[in-house]
Design a protein around this ligand. Sequence first.
Ligand code: SF4
Ligand code: FES
Length: 254
Amino acid sequence: MTKNINLTLKVWRQKNSSAAGNFERLEAKDISTDMSFLEMLDIINEKLTLEGKEPIAFDHDCREGICGQCGSVINGRPHGPEKGTTLCQLHMRHFADGDELVIEPFRARAFKVVKDLAVDRSPLDQLIQAGGYISANTGAAPDANALPISKETAEMAFDAAACIGCGACIAACPNASAMLFIGAKVSHLNLLPQGKSEADKRTLGMVRKMDTLGFGNCTNERECEAECPKEISITNIARLNRGFIKASLFSSEK
Ligand code: SF4
Ligand code: FES
């Protein structure tokens, strides 16, 4: 049932990447529980703009849980408290009247704050450039039975391909490791015949690039898996580790 709630927000405000930031206390009044979290921020921004104040900068694009652009930390949880949900798909009915919400940007050494809640996630693009693609010309779509792939393999690759590159796994990890993101990309491509010929190059390239960009290492905390809005499994990290050891020992790609 729709109702309206009042909330107190403590929002991280930071002019740019070199300025010092601080929390600003804002009242969110008469918020419909049917609104998404981003619609609630829109309402706050409309009010701030009408008062002649600077609106809160935050990233978003599709607002449908597809693009991976949204993402802030709500009371210590990247994308907020609901499991398997992006911030744009989080609805205000999950909060109670009188709640206080602390809203912060994704924090990681590799992600600079651009402004307020918006962070620079281009290091994820650099990881993709280090191997998260297939360079072979795969031609036109083949007949479905011309390239047999087992159901189990297809499902594992498809599950990994659900990663939207939001970076919540990195914000959740105490080491700010990008291993779940890389594990998902490497699994998605290396499991399929089209990606196998570049598997070693891809695995070595992405892991080594991660080390140069300021991401930490995986120490099996599993917080990445718990906070991932697409519920990417850490079995992808185990597969990545096996692939990395094999490629380091036996590959001509060293
Ligand atoms: S693994 Fe999950 S949390 Fe990490 S970038 Fe992909 S979708 Fe986001
Ligand atoms: S705005 Fe696209 S996933 Fe949230």
